[in-house]
Design a protein around this ligand. Structure first.
Ligand SMILES: NC(=O)C1=CN([C@@H]2O[C@H](COP(=O)(O)OP(=O)(O)OC[C@H]3O[C@@H](n4cnc5c(N)ncnc54)[C@H](OP(=O)(O)O)[C@@H]3O)[C@@H](O)[C@H]2O)[C@@H](O)CC1
Ligand SMILES: [K+]
Length: 500
């Protein structure tokens, strides 16, 4: 699913009006109906509601929503924040229509007009929408502050008032902090950026049949992976396939005290459909791995405690495997750095790099230039910062992510809520699965195993990254259902992986 910017959203609105064709007012009505249907399904009881409307089209939506809620017999106090002399045409029309069925519309011009909000109330925020052109000031600011102070449930229409949809706010901007945002059809970039968490809450999409052709043609680097899209990426298994069909992966993982990471990555790789798996661990990990992961072949490293890449066991060179996954638990020993230096130039196919492999790249940046093109890097934000530089806000981080992936022709998976997959072509795919329970030791090792398995099976790097991140997050969601987000551990995520 595409994520469009504010100018495109406005043009999409116009394209829908022109080509459907539909009158602007009817499109607003459709948006309001969509919101009210969502609302009624979620809050069937008539809790008292306070709705705050601005004077633009977001306020117009609010006026129409107020009318539709009254028709459904909700108990409603309606407020218009009169911050300017100007009102949009569609606001005016819906204001008039509302006044035909109720006298009870109050106007907020001074702080003393702002009502007290009680804890059992629901606040609907329709003050400012995607037309925000400057930070909220004056009476809008005071109203937002009062709503944020209130102990009520807050639901924003389209976007929290005061939040820019596609560019950074200033740190001292006053923005609604909703429990839910109900937005129209497509997510906004602001929704998937971590620092906006409190200004978005849980967000929900309401389909209002905006012009499909415009959406299909609109250029954007930003996408949000839906379950349907993820499923389309999944390769079907051929009935006549055999284990050779699904590749032979090599994992270079583990060091003394971190053999667990090797076990997790290996188990996840096997649970993600790899045909054959060989795991190279330092000698101290040999018995552990052979016992904990009997399905994998193990080639013990020549070194007792860290990886050097040497092995006493006869086996093919890493370049002969379908792919290689390097990083979980490897540490940063000089021998391991030397291994990386020697290994990288020999590899021609994309590989997966994680954890200390990334930290070694950050400390020895010349290695970045010899990464096989289309390799997948899986940093968390701190690791990515070490690879690049600190950022002032999420938008700067996003630019830096896109620039890095393009420059080194790699796929970068920046982990977090709405994990971002940046491609060498400059696209970013935000993931839709996962939960805070995944912030626990070992889940990154699991992801490395998953991605290594997908590359080994012949997925291209972008598909592997988008699908792998989605499936990993979904497994995390299933694990959280079973165990709760606090009690779940990385092994639960492996057990919850499913590929159908
Ligand atoms: N696109 C779609 O698909 C659909 C969109 N729909 C709805 O339309 C909404 C967008 O409507 P919108 O463009 O009228 O914007 P909105 O935010 O209501 O108001 C802008 C007004 O406020 C003003 N203003 C801005 N910032 C300000 C500030 N800090 N302090 C004070 N004033 C400020 C600004 O003034 P100006 O910048 O011109 O000076 C302008 O007058 C969208 O969020 C959704 O709810 C649905 O109905 C149908 C489908
Ligand atoms: K709003």
């Amino acid at each position: 699913m595409k994520i469009l910017n504010v100018d495109q959203i406005r043009a999409l609105d116009q394209a829908t009006i022109q080509h459907e064709p539909i009158a602007p007012l009817n499109l607003m009505e459709r948006a309001a109906q969509g919101f009210v249907e969502w609302f009624a399904a979620r809050y069937p009881n008539t809790s008292p509601i306070k709705i705050f409307c601005g004077l633009g089209n977001n306020g117009g939506d609010g006026m129409a929503i107020a009318r539709l809620l009254l028709e459904r017999h909700y108990t409603l106090d309606i407020y218009v924040v009169r911050y300017a002399p100007r009102e949009s045409d569609d606001f005016m029309h819906n204001h008039r229509r509302l006044k035909l069925i109720t006298e009870q519309v109050s106007y907020i011009e001074l702080s003393t007009d702002i009502p007290a909000i009680r804890h059992n109330e629901i606040v609907i925020d329709a003050i400012l929408g995607s037309g925000l052109s400057r930070p909220a000031e004056g009476i809008i600011r005071s109203t937002i502050e009062a709503i944020n102070r209130a102990p009520a449930t807050v639901i924003s229409v389209d976007i929290a008032s005061g939040l820019f949809a596609d560019k950074p706010n200033r740190p001292d901007d006053v923005i609604i902090e909703p429990d839910h945002t109900v937005t129209f059809q497509l997510p906004k970039l602001a929704f998937v950026l971590p620092r906006n968490g409190r200004y978005v809450g849980e967000w929900h999409l309401v389909n209002i049949q905006l012009n499909k052709r415009y959406i299909d043609l609109a250029p954007t680097p930003y996408y949000y992976t839906t379950p349907h899209e993820a499923r389309l990426l999944l390769h079907k298994r051929d009935r006549f396939s055999h284990k050779g069909t699904y590749g032979h992966a090599l994992l270079l993982v583990g060091s003394y005290g971190k053999i667990g990471a090797a076990v997790l990555a290996s188990r996840a790789c096997l649970r993600s459909g790899v045909g054959l798996l060989t795991v190279q661990v330092p000698r101290c990990g040999y018995s552990v791995l052979q016992t904990a992961v009997p399905e994998a072949m193990c080639r013990p490293d020549g070194h007792q405690y860290v990886l050097t890449g040497q092995s006493e066991v006869e086996s093919p060179a890493p370049a002969e495997y379908s792919t290689v996954g390097i990083g979980p638990g490897i540490g940063k020993a000089p021998e391991t750095l030397a291994m990386l230096r020697e290994l990288l130039p020999t590899l021609k196919k994309p590989i997966v790099l994680d954890a200390d492999a990334l930290n070694l790249l950050a400390e020895h940046r010349e290695l970045l230039d010899i990464l096989p093109h289309n390799s997948i890097l899986t940093p968390h934000p701190k690791e990515f910062e070490r690879l690049t530089q600190p950022w002032a806000d999420d938008y700067e981080k996003l630019n830096s992510l896109q620039a890095f992936a393009k420059r080194y022709r790699v796929v970068v998976i920046l982990k977090g809520a709405f994990t971002a997959v940046a491609t060498p072509d400059g696209e970013v795919h935000f993931n839709s699965t996962g939960n805070p329970g995944l912030s626990t030791g070992g889940t990154g090792d699991v992801l490395t195993g998953v991605l290594t398995a997908l590359l080994a099976q012949g997925y291209d790097s972008v598909e592997a990254a988008v699908l792998g991140v989605f499936a990993h997050g979904l497994a995390g969601d299933r694990a959280a259902d079973q165990r709760g987000p606090i009690g779940m551990v990385a092994s639960d995520v492996i057990d919850a992986l499913r590929w159908d």
